[in-house]
Unconditional design. Structure first.
Length: 341
């Protein structure tokens, strides 16, 4: 008789004993009370073995890192990198299935702004007052600002909106944190994936600004490295802000946050005008310096349209790094608190 047949026979014998005790007036729960501790002890031993094995892998990984030996094998870091890449590919596959809604979401707002303010108004009888004169056209001023808006809205929507549902009643976030990654790495993957979407959204604005405006846009990228650096830092900043909103705001209040926070900082973020043009309203020029979108707009203005007055590039980069680090730390603290609660 093989092991499976022996287990089946034991199960049948146990059932017969329970039924016999019930028929004789003795409670069958006594049999369960006697069998339950043994089954529980067996499962605890199995769980203990799995836990000790995972701890052994983790301690081996830490030992290899502390030894500094480049020739030693490091299986732990390989597992973590594969898990991080797996989460990224999973989100990328989901985005590929919803490519058309993504393009409509990131492209509709800049398309309408460019069509109304740079195509319709210049053809009206009164024309567009901001496009008049010998200075740069309004389309040239608007291009970096619309790129910043696309980055900001795409970054927030890619992190805050999914987190609002994952932290809901179904607790979908628990499926993510079960992967072999530290909790901070799960949050970092969300920010990095949103940064990729933000960069794509910003680049989509360029062909629109090239073909739609009635007056040609005068863009001149003199420093490609500065443009790439500003795009990456701005996208990470937007993802960090989305992490803050998604991990600290009640999911029912996400729409209210967009109305009272995101929209005001967008209109006061030097999107539709350069920061230098606020010199006649000194209190406002100083007040908007606490708005991170200002440095996104000014950084893109310095790299895409350097002929328009803008902040010094070193001040822009320092502010982008500062706001990214501050918002990232705040968002990570809120993320850990929500996951571990």
């Amino acid at each position: 008789m093989n092991s499976a047949s022996k287990r089946n026979a034991a199960h049948r014998n146990l059932i017969d004993r329970i039924l016999g005790h019930r028929n004789s007036g003795n409670p069958g729960s006594v049999i369960f009370l006697k069998a339950f501790p043994g089954l529980l002890l067996r499962d605890l031993k199995a769980f203990r073995g799995l836990l000790l094995r995972d701890l052994e892998v983790l301690m081996s990984d830490l030992g290899h890192r502390s030894s500094g030996n480049p020739n030693s094998r490091n299986p732990g870091s390989g597992i973590f990198l594969k898990a991080f890449w797996g989460l990224f590919l999973r989100d990328l596959r989901v985005l590929a299935r919803e490519l058309v809604p993504f393009l409509l979401r990131v492209g509709m707002q800049p398309l309408l702004f460019l069509f109304v303010f740079t195509f319709i108004l210049p053809r009206m009888s009164g024309a567009n007052p901001m496009a008049a004169g010998s200075g740069p056209s309004f389309g040239t001023i608007l291009l970096p600002g619309l790129m910043a808006v696309a980055i900001m809205f795409s970054g927030i929507a890619a992190v805050a909106l999914p987190l609002s549902s994952e932290f809901g009643i179904t607790r979908e976030i628990d499926d993510r944190v079960m992967c072999p990654l530290p909790l901070w790495a799960v949050a970092l993957e969300k920010v990095c994936f949103s940064a990729m979407q933000s960069i794509v959204a910003a680049l989509l604005v360029i062909p629109m600004a090239w073909y739609i405006p009635a007056v040609p846009v005068q863009a001149n990228v003199a420093n490609w490295f500065l443009l790439a650096l500003v795009l990456v830092l701005s996208s990470l900043l937007a993802g960090s802000l989305g992490l803050v909103i998604g991990s600290t705001v009640n999911p029912k209040q996400i729409g209210l946050v967009f109305s009272i926070i995101v929209v005001p900082i967008t209109f006061l973020g030097c999107v539709y005008y350069p920061w230098a043009y606020l010199d006649k309203i000194r209190w406002l020029q100083v007040g908007v310096l606490f708005n991170p979108i200002v440095y996104m707009s000014e950084g893109l203005r310095a790299s895409v349209t350097p002929g328009i007055a803008h902040m010094p590039w070193w001040a822009i980069l320092c502010a982008l790094v500062f706001f990214t680090a501050a918002l990232g730390r705040w968002g990570l603290k809120g993320f850990l608190g929500r996951v571990l609660s």
